[in-house]
Design a protein around this ligand. Structure first.
Ligand code: GTP
Ligand code: MG
Length: 234
């Protein structure tokens, strides 16, 4: 086993593992960085590590990003969840397979830019070729986010187009409820809202700015779905 494989394997052994999947430039690293920054602000004790393996010149992920957080207090303390991102560039296909090994949940990140339709499609086809069955039988929990909703409306798609994209990618219509509940987000707007609130010293975890809440929601939903299904099994 290579060093990276060992790390990915080891991390997925305890707690739950959720992976951000999507085409290069879709915003996976940005979304995870935002989530990490928010957790660090709100509950620094729950944040363990954050590792980014990126090409400094291009800022593209060349291995994976990985962050670990603690969940709960009292007897639940010590339970961890691990968030990973895959590297979206074509050349990292084998790395993506390693990163998703042993996962419990997925955040599929789609790029809303119209010009990225084919890249989104290819990325979905690859994912469902590997994990389709586990996703269809709900063994792997899933949320879909459509990022970059800040782009001009005539240059981007909306959540209403996601079903068509999925079907073109060969994804089964069995998941139509999931397509229909796609989260429209903008990491850029979330970052702006976060910086503005922090510069004023204003932050209330119960009233996060809307663009920030939209990033947190799908991640929390997947964590909850995984925990509920694990409790049912226990
Ligand atoms: N306009 C806009 N740009 C965004 C948004 N989110 C991310 N970006 C930009 O998109 C680019 C790619 O973002 P990353 O998060 O590095 O993309 P990635 O999915 O991790 O890409 P790989 O690591 O290559 O797989 C960066 O320049 C981001 O600043 C957004 O909501 N709106
Ligand atoms: Mg990345």
């Amino acid at each position: 086993m290579s060093q990276e494989e060992e790390l990915v394997f080891e991390e997925s052994q305890q707690g739950i593992k959720i992976v951000f999947w999507g085409a290069t430039m879709a915003g996976k690293t940005t979304a995870l960085s935002l989530f990490h920054a928010i957790k660090k602000k709100e509950d620094p004790e729950s944040v363990y590590n954050f590792l980014k393996l990126e090409d400094k010149a291009t800022e593209r992920t060349i291995g994976f990003d990985q962050a670990t957080f603690g969940l709960g207090s009292g007897s639940g303390k010590g339970f961890k969840y691990h968030l990973f991102t895959t590297p979206g560039q074509d050349r990292f296909k084998s790395m993506r397979k390693i990163v998703i090994n042993g996962l419990h949940g997925l955040i599929v990140v789609l790029d809303s830019e119209k010009a990225r339709w084919q890249e989104n499609k290819d990325s979905l086809t690859e994912l469902f070729d590997i994990l389709g069955e586990k996703i269809y039988n709900r063994e792997v929990k899933l949320a879909i986010i459509l990022n970059k909703m800040d782009l001009p409306v005539d240059t981007r798609i909306s959540a209403a187009d996601v079903g068509k994209l999925m079907l073109e990618a060969g994804v089964s219509d069995k998941l139509r409820d999931t397509f229909a509940s796609t989260f429209e987000v903008s990491c850029l707007e979330a970052l702006t809202a976060l910086k503005e609130a922090w510069s004023k010293g204003e932050w209330n975890p119960k009233q996060r700015p809307q663009p920030v809440q939209r990033i947190i929601q799908p991640i929390q939903m997947v964590i909850r779905d995984i925990l509920v299904s694990q409790l049912r099994k226990a």
